[in-house]
Write a protein that binds this ligand. Structure first.
Ligand SMILES: C[S@@+](CC[C@H](N)C(=O)[O-])C[C@H]1O[C@@H](n2cnc3c(N)ncnc32)[C@H](O)[C@@H]1O
Length: 164
């Protein structure tokens, strides 16, 4: 998922739902030193945990459904990659759509959005609806092979060219 982080210049990379920060470390490993790595986390306790454990991470506490406002407050107008660990399949359809719409609105031309779905949950209605909404929101949606080494196994979606 971190492969969408540009390896040069000074990119702005946004992570949604960083949780305990396991993905944040992989993103950070690719981040050019001049870039900004911003993590948007809804849960205040998790946000505090991240600030303590990953002091190099720019943690923004808030709802990904308000991404444009949160990033505007951070002085960011567009981003070079969005990487999501959000639990999409348990979100209602309108929340999925609202967040995807926000993500699409923030991506710079050529920028990518990545997220994942657990293999065991692909049949859930929330996961099937989410997959449809990716197509509704992006011109290109690429699905990886199953990553069996992940626990639990998962597939990665890489999306580009949002429908504005
Ligand atoms: C499945 S966990 C992320 C797992 C992460 N990869 C890790 O290693 O811990 C999902 C995270 O998304 C956060 N979250 C849920 N809804 C959110 C929202 N609307 N905006 C931002 N963060 C949200 C949760 O608080 C949680 O920390």
């Amino acid at each position: 998922m971190a492969a969408v982080v540009p390896s040069g210049d000074a990119p702005v990379v946004v992570e949604l739902g960083p949780g305990t920060g396991s993905l944040s470390r992989a993103v950070s490993a690719r981040m050019p030193s001049a870039g900004r790595h911003i993590a948007v986390e809804l849960d205040p306790g998790m946000a505090d945990y991240l600030r303590t454990r990953l002091p190099w991470l720019e943690v923004v506490e808030g709802d990904a459904a308000e991404l444009d406002q949160l990033l505007a407050n951070a002085g960011v107008g567009s981003v070079d990659a969005v990487i999501s660990g959000l639990p999409w399949s348990i979100f209602p359809a309108d929340a999925q759509h609202a967040i995807l719409h926000q993500v699409g609105g923030m991506l710079a031309p050529g920028a990518a959005f990545t997220t994942f779905a657990y293999l065991h949950a692909l049949g859930m209605s929330g996961a099937r609806g989410f997959r449809r909404r990716l197509d509704e929101n992006f011109d290109e949606v690429l699905t990886s092979r199953t990553v069996w080494r992940n626990a639990p196994p998962a597939r990665i979606y890489t999306c580009r060219r949002p429908h504005r």
